[in-house]
Design a protein around this ligand. Sequence first.
Ligand code: FES
Length: 191
Amino acid sequence: MTRPAPLLSDLRETPVVGRWYMVPVLRDYPYYSQVGEWPVLGPKHTDADFFSFEPEHYHVDYRFVTSRQARFMRSMCPIGYRDWVTKDNGIVTVSGAPLSDRGTPIPKGRPVLARRRCRIASYRSVLGVVAIERHERFQAAYGSPAEPIRLSDGRLLCPHRKVDLPSFEADGGGIVVCPLHGLHVKCGVSA
Ligand code: FES
């Protein structure tokens, strides 16, 4: 019998690689040209303010893509950035390209939950590395580091688009680099 999988939204630490979780997914939607069931992170939103990107979109949760999806994402990494910012080129793709297809409206309603296996425990956006000046303005608007939104149930949300951050790895200074747009958020105590 299949063991019940914990809800990703209940986690207060990084998920365990190889374990199954219930994660939000967008079904039958294209990422680049690849139609599939894409795990998503954070709410649907627009980014006209700091990133000049007006269409509604989600972001792919790279921890829970399938091996096949990860291979596809690595192959979509722009050539000049391959192996430069990170050894995992899929992280460059997921940092720079939201889940948004010009010809396919984002479905109404919330993503559905699906059982997905954790492929990597955590990752951080590398957007700030490839667009330094823009990222500095963005970070300055929220404070450096930014303070999270603290909920009574212990969750800490990124103050930008309210992504749940405790399931991402903090550095030795207690900073989580938000996987969506790279904001540095103070989520823990310094080691
Ligand atoms: S949601 Fe945009 S930086 Fe966190």
